[in-house]
Design a protein around this ligand. Structure first.
Ligand SMILES: Nc1ncnc2c1ncn2[C@@H]1O[C@H](COP(=O)(O)OP(=O)(O)O)[C@@H](O)[C@H]1O
Ligand SMILES: [Mg+2]
Length: 374
C-alpha cells in the first residue's frame, strides 16, 4: 500500500508528473514528449525565496505578511491554499513557504491519497512545524478529506483500530504543522475543507514584463546568451504562464544550438516557435483546436464542455483547466449557463466570419464555476 509520499507513488508512463512529484498538466501542450529531464530542469529553475519570485504581487505580499508574522510569533502560520491554472507557480510557492519558514516540506497529492489510512500515516509522521504540500488537493477521496480537515483544525487524527462493531477510534495528537494545498479547481473543494485554510492565494496569468524577468533569470541559469527582443517575443507568446515560457525558451535554445549561433535571438525565437506550432498570439495546438471546433463544428456555440472536449479528443478536465482559462481570460471564449460561446475575437483569429444567427455571447460575471452545467 502506498503511504502517500510522492517518492513512493507509482507513476504511470504517461503521467504528466514533474521530477519533484507535482503534476504538470501543461506537459502535453508544447512538447508531448516531456521527459524526466524536463522535470529536473524545471525544478532547477524554480525561485527559492519570495524575494526572487517575480509576478503575482498581490499573492506575494499577502503571503509574505502571513509568513513573517508567523516567524515573529514563532508558531506555524495558517494553512495556505493556492489556486490557479497549471504552470503559474503553485508548487514553487509551496516550496518557498517551507524555505521562508526554514522548515522541511513533505510532498503528497490528492490522487496519491486514496484511503484515509494513507493520510493517517502521512500525518502521524509529521514533525513540529513541518510543511505538508498537498498538490491537486481537490482530487482526494472523501473520507481522507474529512480526516484532513479535522487534522488541520485540531491537530488530531482518529486512528481506527479493528473492524466492524468492535472497531474503536484512538485519537492521536499531532504536532502543529502547516498544510499548503494547491488546486486548479478551487470550486471543487468542499466548503468545510476550504474554510480550514486561513489564507487563500489566487494565482493569475502573468503579464509580459514579469515573464520577461522570469525568462532572463532562466536564461542565466541555463547559461544561454539571449537578446532582449527575443525574450520579449517568447514572453508575449507564452500564454501568461511561466512554465510555458521556460519551456519555449529551451526549445528556442535548442533551435539556436542546432541551426543558429547558439544565441537566443529574435530569428531563432520566430523559427522555433513556428516549428512548435505556437501561433502569433501564443495559442498552442490545443487552444486552436478548441477554438476551431467551437466555431467550425458548433457554429460558435453554445456547446457543452464535454462535447467540446470529445470533439478535440481531449479529456474534459484538460480542456477546462488547461486551455479554457486562458482563452476566457483573453476574451476568445465565454462561459454561459448553456455552454461555451465563441466571441467575435475568436472568429477573427481563425479568419472566419460568424454565420448569420450565431449567438453573441453575454459575458457572465467572472465566476470560475459558471457554465459548469454545460
Ligand atoms: N514567479 C515565477 N518566477 C519564476 N519561475 C516561475 C514562477 N512561477 C513559475 N515558475 C516556473 O514555472 C514552472 C512551473 O511552476 P510550478 O510552480 O510548478 O506551477 P504549478 O504548480 O502552478 O503548476 C517552475 O518550474 C518554475 O520554474
Ligand atoms: Mg504544481
Amino acid at each position: 500500500m502506498s503511504d502517500g509520499f510522492s517518492s513512493e507513488i507509482r507513476v504511470a508512463e504517461d503521467d504528466p508528473r514533474e521530477g519533484d512529484g507535482s503534476y504538470d498538466a501543461t506537459a502535453r501542450i508544447v512538447d508531448a514528449g516531456s521527459t524526466d529531464d524536463d522535470g529536473v530542469v524545471e525544478a532547477a529553475l524554480r525561485p527559492r525565496r519570495l524575494a526572487d519570485f517575480p509576478g503575482q504581487p498581490k499573492v506575494r505580499d499577502q503571503l509574505g505578511l502571513v509568513l513573517e508574522a508567523a516567524r515573529r510569533r514563532g508558531s506555524p502560520p495558517d494553512h495556505v491554499l493556492l489556486s490557479g491554472p497549471p504552470g503559474l507557480g503553485k508548487t514553487t510557492l509551496a516550496m518557498i513557504v517551507a524555505a521562508e519558514l526554514e522548515q522541511p516540506i513533505r510532498v503528497t497529492s490528492g490522487p496519491a491519497i486514496q484511503h484515509a489510512g494513507d493520510l493517517a500515516s502521512v500525518l502521524s509522521s509529521l514533525t513540529e512545524g513541518e510543511v505538508l504540500f498537498f498538490d491537486e488537493i481537490h482530487r482526494m477521496s472523501r473520507p481522507a478529506e474529512e480526516m484532513l480537515y479535522l487534522a488541520m483544525e485540531d491537530f488530531r487524527v482518529d486512528v481506527i483500530v479493528g473492524k466492524g462493531p468492535g472497531a474503536t477510534a484512538i485519537p492521536l495528537e499531532l504536532p502543529p504543522f502547516t498544510v499548503v494545498g494547491a488546486t486548479t479547481r478551487a470550486g471543487l473543494l468542499p466548503a468545510p475543507l476550504r474554510d480550514r485554510f486561513g489564507f487563500t492565494g489566487h494565482l493569475d496569468f502573468y503579464d509580459d514584463a514579469d515573464l520577461e524577468k522570469i525568462l532572463a533569470r532562466s536564461a542565466g541559469l541555463l547559461e544561454v546568451e539571449s537578446d532582449g527582443d527575443a525574450l520579449a517575443e517568447i514572453a508575449r507568446r507564452s500564454r501568461g504562464t511561466p512554465r510555458v515560457a521556460n519551456r519555449l525558451l529551451r526549445r528556442v535554445r535548442d533551435w539556436a544550438q542546432v541551426h543558429g549561433t547558439g544565441r537566443v535571438g529574435l530569428d531563432a525565437a520566430h523559427r522555433a516557435l513556428a516549428l512548435f506550432d505556437v501561433d502569433e498570439i501564443g495559442l498552442d495546438r490545443l487552444d486552436r483546436a478548441v477554438l476551431d471546433a467551437l466555431c467550425r463544428r458548433f457554429g460558435g456555440g453554445p456547446v457543452g464542455l464535454s462535447t467540446l472536449a470529445v470533439s478535440v479528443g481531449e479529456e474534459t478536465d484538460t480542456v477546462e483547466t488547461v486551455a479554457e482559462p486562458y482563452l476566457v481570460r483573453q476574451g476568445y471564449i465565454v462561459r454561459s449557463p448553456r455552454g461555451r460561446l465563441a466571441t467575435p475575437a475568436a472568429w477573427q483569429h481563425l479568419d472566419l466570419s460568424p454565420p448569420a444567427g450565431a449567438q453573441t455571447p453575454l459575458p457572465l460575471p467572472d465566476d470560475p464555476e459558471a457554465g459548469r452545467l454545460g
